[in-house]
Design a binder for this molecule. Structure first.
Ligand code: COA
Length: 148
């Protein structure tokens, strides 16, 4: 369970911790500048999970008119499997504007943990995007239909 983790909007002070988690979580991490851009963009929804005063996870989505794209979600390796990822994902979904009809994401076809995490939250595989990643790996486009 998530214990004492709380979710709040990301701030400038959180970016190094976010970047650190990103680097420990992905083979091709986003750079710090990408996170800075996302933090200052009005179309981003950027949340962090904090536990005992430490940032232990984050999720960031880009919101367009009728849809949204989950750009990244990660939990620090030492804090996984305690419900923090679920807390972050549910918070993103809850904070999307009402007119958003679906939330999309791309996930590497080999990332079985993330795929099962998303399926548990109602996402469905829509199609394969061939060679989506720099190393040539395919991605699934997954989608959660939102009903108000
Ligand atoms: C995906 C991720 C964010 C999940 O965060 P988390 O805090 O561990 O997730 P939760 O504890 O909320 O897990 C919820 C569910 O996801 C699935 N899940 C999570 N970790 C799993 C694992 N190691 N094996 C199988 N299923 C897993 C389970 O269904 C789990 O529910 P359960 O614990 O009741 O079985 C985390 O594993 C992570 O940061 N991975 C690396 C980054 C990444 O791949 N992000 C997604 C990129 S598209």
């Amino acid at each position: 369970m998530s214990g004492t983790a709380t979710i709040r909007r990301a701030a400038l002070n959180d970016l190094l911790a976010v970047y650190n988690i990103e680097r420990q979580s992905f083979n091709h991490p986003y750079g710090l500048v990408v996170f800075l851009t996302l933090l200052t963009s009005p179309s981003s929804l950027f949340l962090v999970a904090e536990d005992a005063g430490k940032v232990v996870g984050y999720a960031v989505a880009r919101v367009d008119e009728g849809s949204a794209l989950l750009l990244s979600i990660a939990v620090h390796p030492q804090h996984r499997r305690r419900g923090i990822g679920a807390l972050l994902l549910r918070s993103i979904i809850r904070q999307l504007p009402e007119e958003v009809e679906y939330l999309d994401l791309q996930v590497a076809v080999s990332n079985r943990v993330a795929i099962s995490f998303y399926e548990k939250h109602g996402f469905e595989k829509i199609r394969i995007i061939p060679r989506y990643y720099k190393d040539g790996e395919d991605a699934y486009l997954m989608r959660l239909a939102l009903t108000s």
